[in-house]
Design a protein around this ligand. Sequence first.
Ligand code: AMP
Length: 214
Amino acid sequence: MRIVFLGAPGSGKGTQAKRLMDEHGLVQISTGDLLRAAVAAGTELGLKAKAAMDAGELVTDDIVLGIIAERLAQDDCKAGFILDGYPRNLQQAEDLQPVLKNIGQSLDAAVLLDVDMDILMKRLTGRRTCSKTGKLLNVYFSSPEELKACTDAGGELIQRADDNEETIANRLKVYREQTEPLIDFYRAAGLLKTVAGEGDIDAIYAQLKQTLGL
Ligand code: AMP
């Protein structure tokens, strides 16, 4: 199965994609993760991407197209994939089509994880990753036990560089202006499926699987 995940920053795309990857063998391809890895490794591509990422702006279409084309050409994607955070504007949605054609594949669905803006803000400002276990946590929504389990294991709760209030506000603005038009794009293509992305993570996941017929 080949899926695009739509949804604002903080809508839970990464969390839900990871579960589909673990349980259904789909490869999660997050352009955000790939870009952060390039920044951390100090590659030329990372250096080009960093300023836009720090400001909450989109990295240029040609940079992300290069990343996504290279990743999709790898063997493990033949079993199916989830694009998490790509495409993010209409140009990228157009760019994706020949890339998929080249590898002889097409999309089965574009899933919109629908979440209210005020909830998104809390999810993003509260978001942390445990440095030891890699677990995604949230200082507002995770239980004290879950947060303590990280520090007890010798980990630290790390906040992403672009999860500060100013950058978050800009990322949400960029989403509304540039990414939201993709909802109509995929609706017109007959691929759009909407899942309410609020509430319990397990319940959202169950709804997602049902929507996808998994
Ligand atoms: P994410 O982890 O998906 O929230 O992405 C973090 C940042 O990486 C975004 O705010 C952008 O600066 C950049 N980024 C990720 N995916 C894309 C994309 N498809 N197009 C342009 N920039 C992207």
